[in-house]
Design a protein around this ligand. Structure first.
Ligand SMILES: [Zn+2]
Length: 200
């Protein structure tokens, strides 16, 4: 029984069970794997988590995670400041970077509008996006949002909010499958959707 594992181990299992994709059962397996591989797994992981907790920050410009703020992407003068790619979460930004199909800057919304979950515009980083889009060097805002109902609702809302800024607003092409979250797509699909983007 789980209760026989002792309070320290139960605490570890309880925390692991909060991770996405891990229920209590897989959390128990993960905890056991960590404890059995103390030197190869548990201690290096403790180190890595401590270092991440101390050093990783949210970029105040785009919302990416990095050890520097502004992040390496925002601070990279070679990247094209005329393009801003809007993504739901940092995971989608990482997927875009893995695909290597985009050399502009990003804006992480922090979620999607959702009537069902009660997420309104004020809960997302929309105001800062509109401000960024009005900067003179910005020419295009690419909405790289999932092809879900919430993703498309958010895209339409953003297109309206950005109408006052002097930028073209585009969306990824329908290489993205319906219901598709960006982080689940292969790099070729993302690259294709980026090349074939269309007006929002
Ligand atoms: Zn940044």
């Amino acid at each position: 029984m789980a209760a026989s594992a002792g309070p320290e181990i139960e605490r570890l299992i309880g925390l692991l069970a909060k991770l996405p994709g891990l229920g209590p059962r897989s959390a128990r397996r993960a905890a056991l794997a960590l404890l059995k591989r103390r030197d190869q797994l548990l201690l290096p992981l403790t180190d890595a988590m401590g270092e991440a907790a101390r050093r990783v920050r949210t970029c105040q410009v785009c919302g990416a995670l990095d050890t520097q703020d502004p992040c390496a992407i925002c601070g990279d003068g070679v990247r094209d400041g005329a393009l801003i790619c809007v993504v739901e979460e940092v995971g989608a930004l990482w997927a875009m970077e893995r695909a290597g199909a985009f050399r502009g800057r990003y804006h992480v919304l922090g979620g999607l509008l959702s009537a069902l979950d009660g997420v309104g515009p004020e809960a997302l980083k929309i105001g800062p996006l509109v401000t960024r889009a009005t900067a003179p060097e910005v020419r295009e805002v690419i909405l790289a949002l999932p092809a879900t109902v919430d993703g498309q609702t958010t895209a339409h809302y953003l297109a309206e909010r950005l109408a006052g800024a002097d930028v073209s607003v585009t969306m990824l092409a329908r290489g993205v499958p319906v219901g598709g979250e960006l982080d689940w797509l292969d790099d070729g699909t993302i690259a294709q959707a980026m090349r074939a983007r269309r007006p929002a």
